[in-house]
Design a binder for this molecule. Structure first.
Ligand SMILES: Nc1ncnc2c1ncn2[C@@H]1O[C@H](COP(=O)(O)OP(=O)(O)O)[C@@H](O)[C@H]1O
Ligand SMILES: [Mg+2]
Length: 228
């Protein structure tokens, strides 16, 4: 399965380039093929980056650098970045919070960016071209809980324990175009490195909720206090 993810973009790029060189593709169509090649190239770049990342994490070469920061702001920025994809796929995202003010956590901002990005992208991709994704932020004692809920197809109960495994995909045909099954294994590793928790609840035909809990920001002024 995985070798297919790697080989198929290379094969199609190679095919398109060959067809352009030997004049099989009319000049009018060339732009369209260049765009297809760009999409395939981007998929490969993402795949290679994910592979390198998981290899480094699994080799124990990644350490995290937690700091205090504004996670509400981080989520707004992530959503803004996903805007083009959201409107293309007719997905709405809503942020809900039980607090009026922004929430601050103590965590590795870049790595949590990766975690939230992966979870939100999954929620979008598995929502099947329309639907609402709800991100809920709540402060529970000394932790901030962030949950990402979608109204997609859900995950069968017997498959739930495998979703954190490298290259695992529930429905190979359905998600073939979308991903490689690496995302959630990276997510799990990063959460483990934080000594934090991730949970998933899913109901077939109804949707899926992923929740992570991270420590709230400390009042430690020695490190310069809040890094907003
Ligand atoms: N929000 C979701 N709704 C339904 N299935 C999901 C969701 N998130 C993850 N999955 C299932 O878990 C698998 C692994 O997810 P992930 O590691 O992110 O891989 P990818 O997104 O590359 O397929 C997905 O292929 C899919 O089968
Ligand atoms: Mg994914």
């Amino acid at each position: 399965m995985f070798s297919h993810d790697m080989r198929s973009p290379l094969t199609s790029i190679n095919g398109f380039v060959g067809a352009m060189l030997d004049g099989t593709i009319p000049e009018n169509d060339q732009k369209r093929y260049l765009h297809l090649m760009k999409d395939e190239t981007e998929r490969l770049i993402k795949l290679v980056n994910d592979l390198l990342d998981i290899a480094r994490i699994e080799a124990g070469q990644v350490s995290i650098h937690p700091r205090n920061y504004n996670v509400s702001e981080q989520i707004r920025k992530l959503i803004a970045k996903l805007e083009p994809q959201l409107s293309k796929q007719k997905i709405d995202i809503e942020i809900q919070s039980n607090e009026e003010d922004d929430l601050y956590i103590f965590a590795d901002r870049d790595r949590i960016d990766q975690v939230l990005g992966n979870l939100i992208e999954n929620a979008i991709n598995f929502s099947n071209n329309k639907g609402l994704v709800v991100i809920t932020l709540s402060k529970i004692e000394k932790e901030v809980q962030i949950s990402i809920a979608d109204h997609g197809p859900g995950i069968p109960k017997k498959e739930l324990k495998f979703i954190w495994d490298r290259f695992f995909k529930v429905d190979k045909a359905r998600s073939q175009k979308v991903g490689t099954g690496i995302g959630l294994s990276i997510v799990k590793h990063i959460i483990d490195l934080h000594g934090a928790k991730i949970e998933v609840q899913s109901e077939l035909g109804k949707g899926t909720v992923f929740s992570i809990s991270l420590p709230t920001a400390t009042n430690n002024t020695k490190n310069g206090g809040l890094n907003v």
